[in-house]
Design a protein around this ligand. Structure first.
Ligand code: AMP
Length: 519
């Protein structure tokens, strides 16, 4: 049977691919299953409504506020088909943050699902507003413009875990490079079926999950947001082959599993064993989480390292040893090197350096910030701002140079290494380590920790315990017990917020009154 899809003439790589899969299921969401052909048709309708008589959007920015679903993809593809630049908006952002993105990108229009109009009333500021259901019901009337893959496709705002978010511009060619590197490395095929639970204003969900699935002719199941019970339910269905998430999601899934009766635990464990791959990234995966997950599901999480600006760069292998605490080695087509402070390449194992990246996957520019773009590159290499070292051929991430490399008493220490060690303390559920300015030490190592239920922790005991495991200058000299760590919409800890917990003089010494007794 021929698909009922008017052929689209497009040079946009992922849409060209989609035509080959017209009859296959692309998306499964709360409204059922839809084929690639339906997605293409819906996208063309969105494109013609956005064009409204014009020949080409000429890279006009279009924001969209839609939960993960068929409609989300149809709008992303519709913007692309019309020659526009897709600006996916964060569902949990309040009006001022949405307004920042819309103003910064000078978006000409916003597409929104009707029930999400609330925050847009203040944020949209006179821009054209389109209800997604109206766009998707329209007719496809117009000729679509030719869109060369070198054109701008998308602007994503970086997580802002260390500074004010910047708009990262990627072209269609960048996106193709980011996707094909992963589909090759992780063995994607049209037999795959993945569950998408990540927010779709961030590269992890957009490229690694949705982009790779639809490039491969696979099925992407979409939940409107993460829900541990629902995810385990989907694992239990036995239909999924793949899952990708951030470490905090795995922590929540572990907690949910532990709360189930033993027969149910067994069922869930058995079902998840049948999947072919589970991936973790976007933040450091504690070894204890990797081990617990392996116990429960039999899967050794594949940890990888990437960034909005570059897609994914380093990955543990699909086949072969996945080393806990490491992020593996360069992905296909990605050139990676470590450099010292003077920009000289480091060749020696064990010596820390900043990660620099080259390749077709590297973004085009920071939107409207030529100076920031220029200073982000050194002789054609993108400076990630992340520090790492090589250990027996595998890269290990030390953290972001600006917040995670703490200079204390003449030593440079990695917050990530300390967090990993403290995370093994029986009372600590999770923790974040920061350096706080200090006259005596340069920076003082400070730790914000969440205690396990029923547990407490005092600084003296933590320091005593730490002496067996860490060099003395790495052991926190201030401790703050918190109910939860400050995180952004992606679930990543926002270190400037953690630092604020330690503002003020502290006690110059061994303990902080508020640190005691749990809380
Ligand atoms: P984003 O652009 O929001 O994806 O943030 C990218 C940043 O997340 C990187 O620059 C790293 O600092 C951090 N990151 C990503 N993956 C990992 C990982 N596997 N381990 C440690 N940090 C990571």
């Amino acid at each position: 049977m021929k698909p009922d899809v008017p052929p689209l003439t497009t040079q946009i790589p992922i849409l060209q691919r989609a035509q080959e899969f017209a009859l296959r299921t692309a998306i499964a969401d709360s409204s059922g299953e839809s084929a690639y052909g339906q997605l293409l048709q819906a996208s063309a309708r969105v494109a013609s409504a956005l064009l409204a008589g014009r020949a080409d959007l000429q890279e006009a920015r279009v924001g969209f506020l839609i939960p993960p679903s068929f409609d989300w993809v149809a709008v992303q593809w519709g913007i692309w088909l019309a020659g526009g630049v897709a600006v996916p908006l964060c569902l949990s952002h309040p009006s001022p943050e949405l307004r920042h993105v819309l103003e910064d990108t000078q978006a000409e229009a916003v597409v929104f699902r009707p029930d999400l109009s609330g925050p847009l009333e203040e944020a949209a500021g006179g821009r054209k507003l389109f209800r997604s259901d109206h766009l998707l019901e329209g007719d496809r009337e117009v000729e679509l413009p030719p869109v060369d893959p070198s054109r701008r496709a998308q602007i994503l705002y970086t997580s802002g875990t260390t500074s004010r978010p910047k708009g990262v511009v990627t072209t269609h060619r960048n996106l193709r490079a980011q996707i094909t590197s992963l589909t090759r490395a992780w063995g994607w095929s049209s037999r795959d079926r993945i569950l998408e639970v990540l927010p779709l204003h961030h590269t992890h969900g957009i490229v690694n999950v949705v982009g790779c699935a639809l490039w491969s002719g696979a099925v992407c199941e979409m939940l409107p947001h993460f829900d541990a019970a629902e995810v385990w339910e989907r694992f239990a269905s036995g239909r999924l082959t793949l899952f990708m998430a951030v470490p905090t999601i795995y922590v929540k899934l572990i907690r949910f599993w532990r709360e189930q009766p033993s027969t149910r635990r067994r069922e869930l464990s058995q079902a998840s064993r049948r999947m072919r791959l589970m991936v973790s990234g976007s933040a450091a995966l504690p070894v204890s989480v990797l081990e617990e997950w392996r116990e429960i599901t039999g899967h050794t999480l594949l940890e990888r390292y990437g960034m909005t600006e570059i897609g994914m760069a380093l990955s543990n292998p699909l086949e072969g040893e996945r080393r806990p605490g490491s992020v593996g080695f360069p992905l296909p087509g990605v050139h990676v090197r470590l450099v010292d402070d003077g920009g000289q390449p480091i060749r020696q194992e064990g010596e820390p350096g900043e990660i620099e990246i080259r390749g077709e996957a590297v973004f085009l520019e920071y939107w409207g910030q030529p100076e920031a773009t220029r200073s982000a590159f050194r002789k054609g290499w993108f400076r990630t701002g992340d520090m790492a070292f090589l250990e027996n051929g595998y890269f290990r991430i030390l953290g972001r140079r600006s917040v995670d490399i703490i200079k204390t008493g003449g030593y440079k220490v990695s917050a990530l290494e300390i967090e990993e060690a403290l995370g093994t303390h029986a009372s600590i559920l999770e923790c974040a380590v920061v350096g706080v300015e200090d006259e005596e030490w340069g920076e003082r190592v400070c730790c914000a920790a969440v205690c396990r239920p029923g547990q407490t922790l005092v600084l003296d005991d933590l320091r005593e315990w730490g002496r067996q495991r860490l060099a003395v200058y790495k052991i926190p000299s201030r401790l703050e017990i918190v109910a939860e760590l400050p995180r952004n919409a992606m679930g990543k800890v926002t270190k400037p917020e953690v630092r604020k917990l330690f503002e003020g003089p502290g006690d110059q010494g061994e303990r902080l009154p508020r640190a005691e007794g749990g809380g």
